[in-house]
Design a protein around this ligand. Sequence first.
Ligand code: PLP
Length: 402
Amino acid sequence: MIPALMPNYNRADLAFERGEGAWLYTVDGRRFLDFGSGIATSSVGHNNPHLVDAITQQAQRVMHVSNLYRVPQAERLAARLVANSFADTAFFCNSGAEANEGMIKMIRRAQAKSGHPERTRIICFNGAFHGRTLATLSATGNPKYLDGFGPRVEGFDHVPLNNMNAVRDVITAETAGIMVEPVQGESGINAATPRFMQELRAACDEYGLFLGVDEVQSGMGRSGRLFAYEWSDITPDILSTAKGIAGGFPMGAVLTTETIARHMTPGSHGTTFGGSPLACAAANAVLDILLAPGFLADVRDRAAQLDAGFDRLVATHPDIFTGRRGLGLLIGLKCKADVATVQNAALAEGMLSVTAGDNVLRMLPPLTVTEADCTDALSMLDRAAQRVRAHLAATAKPENVA
Ligand SMILES: *Cc1c(COP(=O)(O)O)cnc(C)c1O
């Protein structure tokens, strides 16, 4: 019989009852170092006192009022995001996919309302992940995720990442914009090069297209800057973000320019839950932490510590790992051994991680991870590599046996 909880996930047999910083504790008392952060979401760690306080106090006042009324917490959050990014204005919603839906709609609407209703198509990249709604699945383009879900939503063209000729080849009179992850998360931590980002910006300027960046995973400090686009010295026209924005409380956001947003008149787009006092109180508390002097520099220090450690691991265990990728605390270790085996070995050593495409082990510690936590993570992975080697030796088929 089907379980009461729909079985649409491959869940590990672990149930956590509480967390503290980068550590999670199971109901049966084991502790794990959380280098997955609930998929880049528990950005300020578990049981962060500042975040817990903000949520508790707001919950006691008022959680939800709807967007029929002013929401001061949302006004403050928007002003702070605008002050710290390229954007002039912000829209709040509840998830990454919903932020990307908003981004796609805003790109189309701005083209349509500024004299180009024929410009509806958006250029996306092979290996992208933009979400699980019908439109964002089509933007994702991965046939595995589309299987059985009926006709694709029209209007998305896919080309290889970091290949500017391929991009220019698909631009037509119907192209409205480009949607790119500065670092592709799901498909294996593949970064767009700064040069490619600059060339995308130039092509958008040349053809009158809007440049949209999907920073659902790479945004809100994950890359060591508030947004990953900052590493390539460009400004996008529109940006989606979600995952870490409210430290684990569900929230998404679209940041954009006045040029695009002036077409989003009352009634053009909306959400019941989006930008509630509770969600915005949580996100403001996360921003307090992210924008505190020195915080993002600390994130970059932790990233440098881990990068150096992962490079040593690759050098020590070339039979298990073949290389390191990523930006900031969005880290991929390309595995030679099967990534699921490596992930299980890391779990056996007490460390949680996430897999990504291309046989990559994905590590996304909370941005508040300590130096000691990172040292622990590196020794756990070192022991995990030895475990994998022993496992492979024990299960190896004897070769060339006559
Ligand atoms: C996770 C993710 C999404 C989808 O976010 P949901 O909150 O799961 O809808 C979209 N884009 C990127 C880059 C992501 O990593």
